[in-house]
Design a binder for this molecule. Structure first.
Ligand SMILES: *Cc1c(COP(=O)(O)O)cnc(C)c1O
Length: 373
């Protein structure tokens, strides 16, 4: 993450959040250490229960990180060597990396220019005999057009894995992200809108069969010690992470609401400038994991903000179809033009629940000053 030295307003600051949960975390840690149960214990089970309740999925299964959540979700659906999975090129690398780890190939489809999410209208043309799943990402916390995606998935009888790593608590017409596809995948990486004190993740599903398979896959295919029904991996969520996330879970709705309020503030204060602000789609509730805007003069704007002590970042500068590791797939610049132009114009402004009015104003003033030059 690129930051200027001692920024006046950092891109993200987790210290306020930390303070509000410190007492509870201290108590939980003491309990974990005295029980000496560090893996697959009471905190992990309780977290799985609470997340399933909140997401309105029948099952939640903790894993070591969000990348593994995606990988195991695809494995559970039978994705493997020679298969294809349709996804967006405008996401964090882990989305496509999970597909590659199964032996399948990511098939990149362009995004919607306003939401930056997978465009359902572009999917059909890329479905082939090898397609085994669709993997949409609720980027920056804004839910995808799940109606469109589920419709095309149904038409081709394809399962859907939702990458909800940035969208814990976001809703599409009242439904939680992670509850609408066959499996939802969340990350608890510290800077996610719901983050732990290290790596962590969770998978959600309402299918008892998939839940059973996911539980096996995360624990070397073993239900009973030293009996291995299938070949899985070690990807368990440890008790310490589960305890930290449980403490934060009680406050996540409040934090998500605060982020929405900050977003509204930015929208009002920046709406008249030559910028594209995050899409405001009726019926969709974003977590604003990041507040990302488009500017034709992105690089100058970034320099200007950094010089003024405003933390900002570019997520993501190079779409995945143009990454060196995927050169062999044969994509060229120009193939997915919306992803490419978005990557050239995008910049994220400071966003975290504990931001105060003065900090928001400092950011707004700095952005407005840029356009006065
Ligand atoms: C963070 C993230 C992941 C991966 O999660 P980790 O816990 O870091 O492995 C996957 N997809 C997206 C969109 C992410 O932002």
């Amino acid at each position: 993450m690129k930051k200027s030295a001692n920024p006046k307003v950092p891109l993200i600051d987790l210290s306020g959040q930390q303070k509000s949960v410190q007492g509870e975390i201290d108590r939980s840690l003491r309990r974990i250490f005295s029980s000496q149960r560090f893996i697959l214990g009471e905190y992990g089970s309780l977290l799985e229960q609470k997340v399933a309740q909140k997401i309105k999925a029948r099952h939640a299964i903790g894993v070591a990180n969000g990348s593994d959540a995606l990988y195991l979700a695809l494995l559970a659906l039978g994705v493997g060597n020679g298969d294809e999975v349709i996804t967006t090129p405008f996401t964090f690398f882990a989305t496509a990396g999970a597909i590659s780890r199964t032996g399948a190939v990511p098939v990149f489809v362009d995004i919607d220019p306003l939401t930056f999410n997978l465009d359902p209208a572009a999917i059909g043309a890329r479905v082939s005999k090898k397609t085994k799943a669709i993997l949409p990402v609720h980027l920056f916390g804004l839910p995808c057009d799940m109606e469109g995606i589920l419709k095309i998935a149904k038409q081709f009888s394809l399962p859907v894995v939702e990458d909800a790593a940035q969208s814990y608590g976001a809703t599409f017409r009242g439904s939680q992200t992670g509850s609408m596809g066959d499996i939802g995948c969340f990350s608890f990486y510290p800077t996610k809108n719901l983050g732990g004190a290290g790596d962590g993740g969770i998978m959600t599903t309402s299918s008892p069969e998939l839940a059973e398979k996911l539980k096996l896959l995360r624990n070397h295919g073993s239900r009973v010690k030293y009996k291995h029904e299938i070949v899985g991996i070690n990807s368990r969520l440890d008790e310490i992470q589960a305890a930290v996330i449980l403490a934060k879970l009680k406050r996540i709705d409040r934090w998500n609401s605060a982020r929405c309020k900050h977003a509204k503030y930015y929208e009002k204060a920046l709406g008249d400038l030559p910028l594209q602000l995050p899409a405001n789609v009726p019926g969709l509730k974003s977590t604003y994991h990041l507040y990302s805007i488009l500017s034709d003069r992105r690089d100058q704007l970034q320099q200007h903000l950094e010089a003024r002590g405003i933390g900002c970042g570019v997520y993501y500068p190079l779409p995945l179809h143009l990454q060196p590791c995927y050169q062999w797939l044969g994509y060229r610049r120009g193939d997915l033009p919306i992803s490419e132009s978005t990557a050239e114009k995008i910049i994220s402004l400071p966003m975290y629940a504990e931001m105060i009015a003065r900090q928001l104003n400092t950011v707004v003033d700095a952005v407005r000053d840029f356009f006065k030059q």
